[in-house]
Ligand binder design. Structure first.
Ligand SMILES: [Zn+2]
Length: 621
């Protein structure tokens, strides 16, 4: 009866998941999109042994416990337990439905889907988001058209030409111009049958005191801001006359969360990943000018200082970040702030400095991309060198008290450095600067490290490391039959012949309840004519917990050609547990009957036997 219930559940799942897109097409799309490539767009993966590892995109961590198995086409996080295949990864990461995830990957691998699945804005679940996205897309074209052709945009065109942007770059970044007159943009959108009140609610239009809709970007050069899926979700507007403020961004909305996004991230991502390096600029024009000059790993924050989320985003793709802000006072202060946050996120930080108060855009225009690369990017200073000169500005180093305060400040920074060689190097720098004894500073640094270490260790013990230890500890304590079931399941998932053999010997009679459910799904999967394929199999599981369990089992290390004996051993252990349990149940029943008959001697004898078996069971586990 129980098995029947489980089977009927499976039927429903299969219908839900694959009712509309043909299963064969789903298989093709899954096969065409390698899990390492797809996840590699979100996580910087490094090969270690047979698997790839990276920082988990689902929970905050500083050491990589997120693994991707190319061979099995699945991912699994040893930290938070998340796991799945390419589709479930996108469902988790992008909030897609199953069909949206399939449609997204179909587009990448050039598969044609039935029409109802191909509408891109369908990728966004929320109706408001879909409308907002369509309006943004239309406005990008509208602004770009006005920029390219309208008389009133001549000044804007001249300005961009003067800044050295080519036609090609202007087209690539879809630079636009928003008409001066209040009513033009709302009228355009109205003609396209948008509801203006709806657009005002997502921040695309503004409402004046006289209750008139207007375009808050009016009279500005427009920089479309795309999300990581290359969809425009906001605009940056720059005034080229005296309009205040000089820079204006679209207001925050569900789709446009400035603290989580980076300008140009979609175009820069692959270059950042392959070079292992990102350049963080202050302005959109810097990013675009650098891009045109062949420096394609540049991004910028969106009108605010860098956030921890942005730093974490960069860190997932690159180890090194070069901060290249304006050469003026406020640029240097902003560099300091950004460097601190990036460092905290675990990035190797370098700081580029520009001469004569230039900004990257004007440097590239004055010289060229090559000199920018050679003299600014390549010549950027290390984090510590920058910090040392930055703090100098706050102290009068001719005064002894200031000297001491400065040395303390720098010693604290040195103490944070992980490499002993680096610490040694910067201690020597301080020694040189102030004619101090090396040992005195070393002692100071060591003391500071001890204090930092204490607070750090306290933090570590409450993080997932402890949970992780706990997990592996409980695993060791699992009874033998439990471990045998996990191993056997791992082989069954990997080999159809083994699964067939188990089906005829044990069937679904595993001891652990969830294992019973898993094998029932698995037998049905093979009965449908599939070959062993974990990535494909987990699509049948609608329950996330169950999927996690299967992935975790699939990550068990197993040998390629397991012996008959090993499999028989697992079967024996699993069966013995059941036999013992059956015997035990019988004995308890007999004991009860003997007591009812007031046959206390027999009851006592049976009691002894029960205790003996229980002890045996305990020893076995
Ligand atoms: Zn995780």
């Amino acid at each position: 009866m129980q098995d029947f219930l489980i089977l009927s559940r499976i039927k429903i799942v299969v219908i839900n998941m694959a009712a509309q897109i043909p299963e064969q097409l789903i298989d093709e799309i899954r096969q065409a999109n390698d899990v390492v490539d797809v996840i590699g767009e979100y996580v910087s993966l490094k090969k270690r042994g047979r698997n790839y590892f990276g920082l988990c995109p689902f929970h905050g961590e500083k050491t990589a416990s997120f693994s991707v198995t190319q061979e099995k086409q699945i991912f699994h996080c040893f930290g938070c337990g998340k796991g799945g295949n390419v589709f479930t990864f996108l469902m988790e990461k992008e909030g897609f439905t199953f069909q949206q995830a399939v449609a997204h990957l179909a587009q990448k691998s050039g598969h044609n889907l039935p029409e109802q699945f191909t509408d891109q804005s369908n990728n966004y679940r929320n109706k408001n988001d879909q409308v907002s996205l369509q309006a943004h897309e239309l406005l990008v074209k509208f602004y770009h058209h006005i920029f390219s052709h309208a008389k009133e945009a001549k000044e804007a065109r001249d300005y961009m030409k003067k800044r050295g942007l080519s036609e090609e770059t202007i087209k690539l970044f879809q630079i636009g111009f928003s008409p001066e007159a209040n009513e033009v943009t709302p009228q355009f959108l109205e003609k396209k049958e948008f509801n203006l009140t709806e657009l005002a609610s997502v921040g695309l239009l503004a409402r004046s005191e006289q209750n008139q809709m207007y375009d808050r970007m009016r009279g500005r050069v427009i920089f479309p801001i795309r999300n990581h899926l290359a969809k425009t979700v906001g605009f940056g507007g720059r005034s080229i006359n005296d309009l205040e403020p000089k820079y204006l961004n679209s207001p925050e909305s569900a789709l446009f969360q400035k603290g989580k996004m980076l300008f140009n991230f979609d175009l820069a991502r692959s270059e950042i990943k392959s070079s292992g390096q990102a350049i963080l600029f202050e302005g959109y024009m810097d990013v675009i000018a650098a891009y045109q000059a062949g420096i394609k790993n540049g991004v910028a924050s969106l009108g605010t200082s860098v956030t921890e989320q942005q730093a974490a985003l960069i860190k997932r793709y690159a180890d090194t970040v070069i901060v290249s802000f304006d050469g003026d006072e406020s640029g240097i202060n902003a560099s300091y702030k950004a460097a601190k946050i990036l460092k905290k996120a675990g990035c190797v930080v370098r700081i580029a400095t520009l001469p004569d108060g230039l900004d990257p855009d004007s440097f590239i225009k004055k010289y060229d991309g090559k000199r920018f690369n050679d003299e600014v990017i390549e010549a950027s200073s290390t984090y510590m060198t920058f910090i040392m000169s930055y703090h100098k500005r706050a102290y009068n180093l001719k005064i002894e008290a200031d000297q001491m305060a400065y040395i303390k400040e720098i010693a604290t920074e040195i103490a944070h450095l992980k490499s002993a060689l680096d610490r040694d190097h910067y201690i020597r720098e301080l020694v040189k600067m102030f004619d101090l004894s090396f040992d005195a500073i070393l002692e100071e640094v060591d003391q500071l490290r001890e204090i930092q270490g204490r607070t750090r260790n306290n933090k570590v013990s409450t993080s997932h490391t402890r949970k992780h230890n706990l997990q592996s500890r409980t695993k060791q304590l699992l009874p033998a039959y439990h471990n045998a079931e996990i191993k056997l399941l791992a082989y069954m998932l990997n080999d159809r012949a083994i699964a067939e053999r188990i089906k005829h010997t044990i069937g679904a009679a595993f001891n652990i309840e969830k294992h019973k459910i898993i094998v029932t799904y698995l037998y049905a999967f093979f009965e449908d004519g599939h070959e062993a394929n974990i990535s494909q199999f987990i699509e049948r599981l609608d329950d996330e917990e169950l999927r996690k369990d299967v992935i975790e089992i699939a990550m068990e290390p197993i040998t390629g050609d397991v012996s008959e004996e090993a499999i028989s051993d697992y079967i024996r252990i699993i069966k013995a547990e059941q036999n013992d349990k059956v015997v035990l149940r019988d004995l308890i029943e007999q004991q009860k009957k003997a007591e009812q008959k007031k046959d206390y001697l027999t009851a006592a004898q049976i009691g002894m036997e029960i205790m003996r078996i229980q002890k045996e069971l305990k020893d076995k586990s």
